[in-house]
Design a binder for this molecule. Sequence first.
Ligand SMILES: [Zn+2]
Length: 457
Amino acid sequence: MTKLSFYGAAQEVTGSCFLLDSGSASQRTRILIDCGLFQCPKFCDVRSHDPFKFDPKSIEALFATHAHVDHTGRIPKLIKEGFRGKIYSTHPTKDLAELMLKDSVGVMAKEAEREGNAIPYTEEDVGRAMSFWEGRNYHDKIQIGNFEVVFYDAGHVLGSAMVFVECPSTTLGMNKKVLFTGDLGNPANPLLNGFEKVLGAEILVLESTYGDREHEGIEEKKLKLERAIEQSVVRGGVLMIPAFSLEKTQELLWEISDMLRKKQVPNIPIFLDSPLAIRATEVYQKYYSYLNRAYVDKKSFSFLNFPQVHVALTTDESKKINDVPAPKVIIAGSGMSTGGRILHHERRYLQDPKSTILFIGYQAPGSLGRRIQDGANEVTLFGEKVPIRCHKETIYGYSAHPDYATLFEFVREKSDTLKKIYTTHGEPKSSLALVQKLRDNLGIPAFAPKYGESVEI
Ligand SMILES: [Zn+2]
């Protein structure tokens, strides 16, 4: 009997890590799906340091769904602790994961220095992890022991994948089919192809980030962005957009460039002030053929060479953005203002009544972004008290995850074969709400497993 264990993202949104164990003593195979960092409430939460609940040496292969560190961030630690198998992902995920993991070492080092902790791995460990890593195409069959694994497009970020596993089963010699969604995308994302239709699974390990919420529509989202840019120009202020380096930044670049090209917004310089976001955007350019052909103009569009887009790789280039008079748009990390170059711009412009801070991503409770969004009168930046007098806007439609209605439809079309659903990657409220809705409306047994729980499949 194959066993499925949940070692992360169980009634929470970070730390994704699932173990499949074929169990039969003669030909035992163990594979992992994802091995991410626990990131709540810190970038590298204390639990990321805990020993694994399984022996890393006993794992034959790891399948990474996508490059976000809450899905890959414990891989170097896994290798440090004896894992010697292969790591598989799509080609773009491999390139992006290397960038993200190397960047995370720097962020963890700063956090560790502040708090007097150690970091779980170094840049050298990331280099070692990459030597174990193999890129594969969507739809390739990968055989590991008696598991057969295939990646399908998940539409969440460039290269993101669902992992479909055929597991050996002793019952009547029938194989069990398990689909791990990883993180699914929001079909309203203009850059990516939406998630693929994958049928035939009996067990579904389903993300539930927004299992209890509905998103705003794509038109409303575009309109709000257009308005935010226009108003910044009218006021002569700066539009600050704290953005995550992967996906949201590229989506913004594409949408703003598209608006500029169609003259829907006034001509205004756009500064991309984040080395990680610039490198990640180069990977998007490299794997252009993976993007949504229906929206992206293959011949002419270049993310970073669009005339109004200016990139700041070095600190000097970043400082020079200050010399450019408003109006201007600045896109910089981190997405929740917990670090990164956005803080320098916030120090200058949060106090400017003509400027605007635009939130396009989730702001975790306790983060600086959340405090600003919630209406704080002042914040402390670099030891200085900064009053908040700028405008604040939020656009919810940039979510890189599907909302409840889309998740429900994703499951409904598979309901003929599904026997069990496990909701993961969601806060308890969201995971449990989705469980209830799936049970009530589709009659499929659904569960929100807890950390460390194992089930036979
Ligand atoms: Zn993700």
